[in-house]
Design a protein around this ligand. Structure first.
Ligand code: ATP
Length: 320
């Protein structure tokens, strides 16, 4: 395999659950390309299809349609070649409850080719002091960390992390991020799903946002944020500064200005240009812009716009 080729390549991927009249298409034609050594984050609302997609890429389930290649191979049909090179942390692991942390780790260790030592893995996730404790007595966050320890034990070239930090306290979450950064530094490719947008902002080289089984946005965090407008809001009693038609001449607006009672909302692709023109106009007229708020675009806003069906690219630009 050429080193320039993506380590994961997904084309036209579909996954349907059920048969006959009761089918549900959870993944509806997804294309993705993930490069060696990057962290790729998969974001989306509950039920968007992230896990359904990941399970196919992980080789756990077959695709209903389309193609997936991991290291240039089919991860489901050629599972025995692909699986030893990957590490998977599922949303729920299901360990035998009566084994201790160390026994669980040793059991998993025995199934791997060139594993990291058990003690090293437990230390990497901060669980050394819980080695002798039964899994049933671990806290939810400690179980997530044990999951992570097992996922990295086989020195995977690709690590799949499905909501790895759910249930972790803020300090443990940051420790997990540090561990992921260390693994990235060693050349590991990481595919992450998360509902913590800050996690994606901190870690992701590139990301995709899924909605209703499709990828609706992909790129770096900066690319995705750039597609989302900034917002300006103020209150005024000046009819000229609250008239949507008069305001439409302001530069860089996306969508039509909205005015309700005395509150005005604007969206812009260039916050500075719009604000400058607006403030000059207010000064010329001797009018006050009360409670003036200007908020730049963010990943959270881009996500919410997609989740609420207000996808930025589908909003028509205002007439200049
Ligand atoms: N075995 C199944 N049979 C039928 N429908 C399923 C099955 N598994 C998942 N689904 C449906 O497929 C859709 C996608 O589910 P999936 O778990 O992939 O979403 P997700 O993006 O991972 O969500 P979450 O963020 O909540 O984990 C959901 O509507 C879900 O109800």
């Amino acid at each position: 395999m050429n080193s320039e080729e993506p380590v994961i390549s997904v084309q036209g991927l579909r996954r349907t659950y059920g048969t006959g009249q009761h089918t549900f298409e959870a993944v509806r034609g997804v294309d993705l390309s993930i490069r060696r050594g990057e962290l790729f984050a998969l974001l989306g609302t509950n039920g968007a299809g992230k896990t359904s997609l990941l399970e196919i890429v992980e080789g756990i389930a077959p695709a209903t349609g389309g193609t997936v290649r991991v290291f240039g191979k089919d991860p489901y049909r050629e599972r025995f070649e692909v699986r030893p090179r990957t590490g998977i942390m599922l949303q729920e692991a299901g360990f035998p409850a009566d084994l201790t942390t160390a026994e669980t780790a040793r059991m998993w260790h025995g199934t791997l080719g060139k594993p990291r030592p058990v003690e090293q893995c437990l230390a990497m996730v901060g669980l050394s002091h819980r080695s002798g404790v039964r899994v049933s007595s671990l806290s939810g966050g400690e179980r997530r960390r044990l999951d992570l320890a097992l996922a990295i034990m086989g020195r995977p070239e690709i690590l799949f992390l499905d909501e790895p930090t759910t249930g972790l306290d803020p300090q443990s979450r940051r420790s997990a991020w540090d561990l992921v950064r260390t693994l990235l530094g060693e050349g590991t490719t990481v595919v992450l799903t998360t509902h913590y947008l800050q996690e994606a902002e901190e870690l992701a080289d590139r990301l995709a946002i899924m909605n209703e089984g499709q990828v609706v946005r992909t790129g770096t965090v900066a690319d995705v944020v750039a597609a989302e407008p900034a917002r300006v809001r103020y209150r005024t009693t000046d009819p000229e500064l609250s008239d949507p038609v008069a305001l439409s001449a302001l530069p860089a607006l996306t969508g039509r200005p909205r005015s309700e009672a005395t509150t005005v909302d604007l969206e812009t692709t260039d916050l500075q240009a719009t604000l400058t023109a607006l403030l000059l106009r207010a000064r010329e007229r001797g009018s006050a812009l009360e409670n003036l708020e200007a908020s730049p675009a963010s990943l959270e806003r881009a996500f919410l716009a997609i989740a609420e069906g207000r996808d930025a690219e589908s909003v028509p630009a205002a007439a200049a």
